[in-house]
Structure formats: C-alpha cells, structure tokens
Ligand binder design. Structure first.
Ligand code: PLP
Length: 328
C-alpha cells in the first residue's frame, strides 16, 4: 500500500459542522498565577470540562456520526485506557448504537465504572493495550462490529481538530500550544487546525518519562514498542501501534517538539491546578501546567496549555494535593 491520506482542514471543518451544538465549547481562561510566574501570558483551555470529562468525545462523536446506518446498527468497539471508552460509550448511546469497550487490567476502577454507567458493555482482557486490542479484532472479525480506535483514525483526528479551531478562535494571539501527547490523535488534529490558521505557531507535545511511545518512535524514525509502566498520567499510556497509519506521520510533520515529564513534575502540575486554579485534573491533563511550572517551555509570547481531562480516582487525587505519599 502507498501513503495513507491523512485528514486535512476540510475534514476538521466538516467535523465541526457534523458535531454542531452537541458538544461543549469549553472555556479558555488566563491563569493569573502562571502568567505572573512565567512572565508571559498563560492561557488554559479547560477541555477537561468537556462532556465525559475529556476531549476524546470530540473524535468519538465525529467517528460515530460518520458511520453508515448499517455499521451503526452492528455497533462499535475499541480498546481504551478509559477516556476514549467514555467518549465512545456516550457517543454510541446518543446515536442509538451498541458499544463494546475492551481494556486492560491496568485501567483504574473509576474509569471502568464510569464507562459502564454510560451504557457500554465492558471487556477486561490482559495486561496491556495490545491484549485488549486482540479482543477488539475478534469482535470485528466474528461479530461485525466497527472498530473505532482512540487516535489513529481519520474521523477521530478530524474530531480532535475541532479543539484546535476553538483554541485559535478564543486566543488567536497564541505563540505556543502545549498539548498532552500519547498516541497523537489529539495533537495531530489540534496542530493541523492551528497551523492551517497560523503556520508560525509552535506546537509542543508533552508526555511522561514512563513509557513515552510517540517520543521514542519519533527518535527511531518509525513506530516502536515501549514497555507500559504505571504512571500518574495513565491516560497517556499505551503504544502508538506498529502499523500506525496517520498519527505518527502527522506528529512527525506538524509537531515542533516533544518533552518528557517526571512523575513528580506531573504531580506538581496537578497540585497547582487544584490549589491555584481551583481545577481538578487527571495526570495526563496536567502535563502542560507541569511543564510551565518546571520552566521547560521556551519563548516569551502567549502560551496555552490544553487541560485535556479530569477523570482521576478521587482518593488518589486527594493524596496528591494534600501532600500524602502516593503511588500511581
Ligand atoms: C487520550 C488522552 C490524551 C492523549 O491523546 P492522544 O490522542 O492519544 O495523543 C491526553 N489527555 C487525556 C486526558 C487523554 O484521555
């Protein structure tokens, strides 16, 4: 097979039209304390206030609404570390379709229950994203469900791109965008939209040191496997897929830099969000704030941290913000 056609700006605009008013247009706010501390305007895109608690609903809803009647009637399935599963469960229920969500034992209990409550069927399989994916493949093969993966899919990436459109409308003066990075669906869509509107904007992908699959893949020049490790940023875990079609190439071509954060830096981001911004974030949603606090972001102009999700186990969150010992 030749090169895959990646989603383009037209796909992002179509996604926005398709989603219409069904999703939240989340607020963009200035952080007074980070602006002072970093001596540059710091904006926060509060996407953790999206329905289902993360941006993943954008892609999932766009993908479900793009299915044919027949595909929708057979149902959808995905392997998910949590937030994509929630988004897909919500989107499928809205569209009147069955969703079967497969996940590994590493997924926190609060996330599993959250997805169940949204009306999806859950299958817990194995110890990694890859094990869960095998069950998805079986459902596709044997039961005719449509797989909607968390990031490496045209409609998913185009849906996440609607977040990039919103950001550039809300703060067109931005010089730098800080985007949490795992499989790269979010940052591909956001960078596509942002750089179409403003080619000189810098887009930086942020992830944790513990199991940074995209970062390692970019270094290797091709998708590589990394060991999955427990991390506070559990929604950034998992591989990018050795057969990656879109997100690896899009990240390689559109993203200016990637940065890795330690567990303690991420915890500090989460504490800052809580005590200074009155926001509850999950680890993966706090990496932008974490990088700013750690003084890791170059430049002096306006910067925006995308706060991507808030689905954290609240007893873990409580331990972290109250300064007790914690363990991801
Ligand atoms: C999935 C997720 C990410 C990363 O998105 P990718 O498209 O996999 O790069 C970041 N933050 C949160 C909260 C997520 O759920």
């Amino acid at each position: 097979m030749g090169a895959h056609t990646h989603p383009d700006m037209t796909d992002v605009l179509k996604a926005r039209a398709r989603l219409g008013g069904q999703l939240r247009r989340t607020p963009m706010v200035i952080s007074e304390s980070l602006t002072r501390r970093c001596a540059r305007p710091v904006h926060l895109k509060l996407e953790h206030h999206q329905i289902t608690g993360s941006f993943k609903l954008r892609g999932a809803m766009n993908a479900v609404l793009s299915l044919s009647e027949e595909e929708r009637s057979r149902g959808v399935t995905a392997a998910s570390t949590g937030n994509h599963g929630r988004g897909l469960a919500y989107a499928a229920r809205k569209a009147g379709a069955r969703a079967v969500i497969c996940m590994s034992k590493l997924v926190p209990k609060n996330k599993v229950e959250g997805i169940e409550r949204l009306g999806a069927d859950i299958k817990i399989v194995g110890k990694s994203q890859d094990d869960a994916q095998e069950e998805v493949d079986r459902l596709v093969r044997e039961e005719g469900l449509t797989m909607l993966p968390p990031f490496d899919h045209r409609d998913i990436i185009a849906g996440q791109g609607t977040l990039g459109l919103e950001i550039m409308e809300q703060a067109p003066e931005l010089e730098t965008l800080l985007v949490p990075l795992s499989g790269g669906g979010l940052i591909s869509g956001v960078a596509l939209a942002a750089k179409t509107l403003k080619p000189e904007i810098k887009v930086i992908g942020l992830t944790m040191e513990r199991g940074a699959a995209m970062h390692e893949s970019l270094k290797a020049g091709k998708p590589v496997l990394v060991e999955e490790l427990p991390t506070l940023a559990d929604s950034l875990g998992g591989g990018i897929g050795l057969e990656n079609r879109h997100s690896f190439a899009m990240v390689r071509d559109l993203v200016d830099d990637t940065l890795l954060l330690s567990e303690e830096e991420i915890a500090e981001g989460l504490r800052h969000a809580y005590w200074e911004e009155q926001e509850i974030l999950e680890g993966g949603g706090a990496v932008g704030i974490a990088a700013l606090l750690a003084d890791r972001i170059p430049g002096k102009g306006p910067v925006c941290a995308v706060l991507s999700g808030r689905n954290i186990d609240m007893s873990l969150h409580n331990k972290i913000v109250s300064g007790q010992a914690w363990d991801a």
